[in-house]
Write a protein that binds this ligand. Structure first.
Ligand code: ZN
Length: 158
């Protein structure tokens, strides 16, 4: 089984706080979507700035990061693969979920995500009103899926 994983995270000082996590099942084309909540609060200006940028609020979440990680790891079987777009994200997610090098990999040679998301509107319920945005983990996962399917289709044509 192949999964696509993406997150939308706040960066506060030098730390990332994933707020939206999307794990997409490429066969069923269904996703597991998590909105993370944190007990910690920050000085409101930095939160407001991040909200303005990401379109998701610090308080939108309903699950702890630990429960979200646990729930995602539970769905991944030992011989499943998880693909991610972007080298930095790959490193971050590998560490966050403690995936092995065999489990998680980066999609290379694909067009930029900003280009891929143009062709779909599979945003989550928090982001669906933000027209033309790509700050949505769910939307990016579906954009990657669409790209992979196109690749598969093109290869089959040969
Ligand atoms: Zn979203």
């Amino acid at each position: 089984m192949l999964w696509i994983l993406d997150i939308e995270a706040f960066q506060i000082r030098d730390r990332f706080y994933p707020l939206e996590i999307c794990l997409l099942n490429t066969e069923k084309e269904t996703c597991n979507l998590f909105f993370v909540k944190y007990r910690k609060t920050f000085e409101s200006r930095s939160i407001r700035l991040q909200f303005g940028r990401h379109g998701i609020d610090w308080h939108d979440g309903d699950i702890s990061i630990f429960s979200a990680i646990k729930a995602i790891k539970k769905r991944i079987k030992a011989d499943d693969k998880i693909c991610v777009k972007g080298e930095q994200k790959l490193k971050y997610l590998q560490k966050l979920f403690d995936f092995t090098n065999e489990q998680i990999f980066e999609i290379k040679n694909a067009p930029a995500l900003s280009e891929l998301v143009e062709s779909n509107d599979e945003s989550c319920y928090l982001h669906f009103q933000m027209h033309k945005t790509w700050w949505c983990a769910r939307r990016r996962c579906f954009a990657i899926l669409k790209y992979l399917k196109r690749l598969e289709h093109d290869t089959a044509q040969w």
